[in-house]
Design a protein around this ligand. Structure first.
Ligand SMILES: [Zn+2]
Length: 506
């Protein structure tokens, strides 16, 4: 009885560890037809080692070690190498192998000394071989960090060369300083997301249910990440969010630590050399080193990545987001001393119970919109002829303003309620200010590509340009915030069967 209990006490954590590993593999899009037989091997191994007979009457521990043991071990190694391994793991792996060889060799050596005759000689030889292998692996483990660093260094240098080329390509612009407020949308990379996470908030993508769905549903799309540069005659160069940086896209495994690496996909971000924030700013005639202030709508990594290119900037964000903790802190490494938290004590602003008049002259108003993250905020900027509202991730795209018809995945419970409340406040603000246009962080519709980009091509849409954007908005949405015909999103699978699909509106 006691023996059975202690065996169960061993089996449960073994199965739990296997389950966690299987979830990780699924998060990293390992296909189900591969995961199911592999999962069965993983479950059969500990059960068979503890109760050999469950795998058949003639089964013994020795046989279990051969099957399912060997295929399970080989499968684990292959999957690790295929989806988790990164060059920075090499020293650790070599060290582990060295320790394993040495721990096998030491007792084998002692046993050989006690044995007699020919058997002793054979055992001694094997113990020496294993010990020797352990020492060699140990030395290689000590030497490998230098090699690993060189490999990474070469990759980073290649990125730097591509950036320099992109900066020097013909067609760069020059900054115009004529006293006007200018806004430049910057397409700073793409992120691969599950379609349901982006558009499925009303189809069950909410809270825990939503997270579980991301394990099963691999219908993915690539969506743009938009950051915004503001050239302000009184307040200098400002940014709203900063997009993705080069390392996140091209050195993903080196940028993120092991845990983050296990939980995210390698191709989560894409960034061409021309989309690098430093390149984009240079092409527009600006120097990244002159950006004075970044308003960060929230701390998520597709908004904070570019901070690594702006180490001198003051970073303004809602304290609640920072206190809640940053999942991937590397993006903040260079600006940790420059953070500034608004007090939100400038009084109510329209439907918003609190706001922050950041410069005290009404030019930039920060509006708390918690929900997507605990301290998410939107930014309202006054321009000639109207205003722009940087919506961040409270609403991903223009159709998301029809929040009762198109909704992104929400965290669930009170957070979902807060996010809806924030969405309705944004609707109220846009309704109250007919010369205010929303600018989104991930709009993948014609609104951004065909309307926002040309309207802001020179940074200054003027009254006319802003009115045209509102006209487009009214062609998509009714005054009651319902979608007009032709604008409901639908997932279109990839033609080739692999890679992300696309979104069609109809
Ligand atoms: Zn985002």
């Amino acid at each position: 009885m006691l023996k059975t209990l202690s065996k169960i006490a061993l089996l449960v954590p073994a199965l739990a560890a296997a389950a966690v590993w299987l979830i990780v593999l699924r998060l990293k899009s390992v296909p189900m037809p591969l995961l199911v037989p592999y999962g069965l091997l993983l479950a059969a191994l500990p059960a068979g080692l503890l109760w050999p007979r469950v795998l058949g009457r003639r089964s013994t521990r020795r046989r279990v070690r051969a099957f399912p043991g060997i295929p399970a071990a080989l499968g684990t190694l292959a999957l690790y190498l295929a989806v988790v391994h990164h060059v920075t793991d090499l020293p650790v792996l070599l060290a582990l192998a060295a320790v394993a060889a040495l721990t096998w060799a030491a007792p084998a050596f002692l046993r050989a000394r006690r044995a007699a005759g020919g058997r002793a000689a054979a055992q001694t030889r094997r113990a020496f071989l294993a010990g020797g292998a352990g020492l060699v692996l140990g030395v290689l483990s000590g030497l490998s960090p230098g090699w690993v660093e060189r490999r990474r260094g070469q990759a980073l240098a290649r990125g730097e060369r591509q950036r320099q080329q992109a900066v020097r390509a013909p067609g760069a612009r020059r900054r115009i300083a004529d006293g006007a407020v200018r806004v430049f949308p910057i397409h700073a990379g793409d992120t691969i997301v599950t379609y349901g996470q982006f558009y499925g908030g009303l189809d069950g993508w909410e809270g825990l249910n939503g997270y579980l769905r991301t394990l099963v549903d691999k219908a993915q799309i690539a969506v743009p990440v938009h950051a915004y540069l503001i050239d302000h005659p009184r307040h200098g160069l400002l940014m709203v969010d900063t997009g993705v940086n080069w390392e996140q896209a091209h050195d993903h495994d080196g940028y993120y630590d092991l845990t983050s690496r296990l939980l995210t996909e390698r191709d989560e971000y894409r960034l061409s050399p021309g989309q690098d924030l430093r390149v984009r700013l240079a092409r527009l005639g600006y120097d990244a080193g002159r950006i004075g202030t970044v308003f960060l709508t929230h701390v998520h990594d597709d908004h904070a990545g570019g901070l690594r290119s702006l180490p001198q900037a003051e970073v303004v964000l809602d304290r609640r987001d920072w206190d809640h903790g940053v999942l991937y802190p590397h993006s903040f490494d260079l600006v940790k001393e420059n953070l500034s938290f608004p007090a939100f004590d400038s009084g109510a602003f329209g439907a918003f119970p609190a706001g922050q008049d950041h410069f005290g002259d009404g030019s930039v108003i920060l509006l708390p919109t918690p929900g997507h993250s605990p301290g998410h905020m939107c930014v309202l900027l006054r321009m000639d002829g109207g205003s722009v509202l940087f919506v961040g991730d409270t609403l991903y795209t223009l159709p998301h303003l029809a929040v009762d018809q198109v909704r992104q995945m929400t965290i669930g419970g009170a957070d979902t309620a807060r996010q809806l409340e924030a969405a309705r406040r944004i609707q109220a603000l846009l309704a109250a200010e007919p010369a205010t246009v929303p600018l989104f962080a991930h709009d993948n519709t014609r609104y951004h590509a065909d309307r926002v980009v040309p309207a802001f091509a020179h940074g200054r849409p003027g009254k006319e340009g802003l009115r045209e954007l509102r006209t487009h908005m009214e062609a998509v949405l009714t005054p009651g915030w319902r979608l007009r015909a032709g604008h409901a999103p639908r997932f279109v699978p990839p033609e080739s069967g692999t890679g992300p699909g696309r979104v069609e509106f109809r």
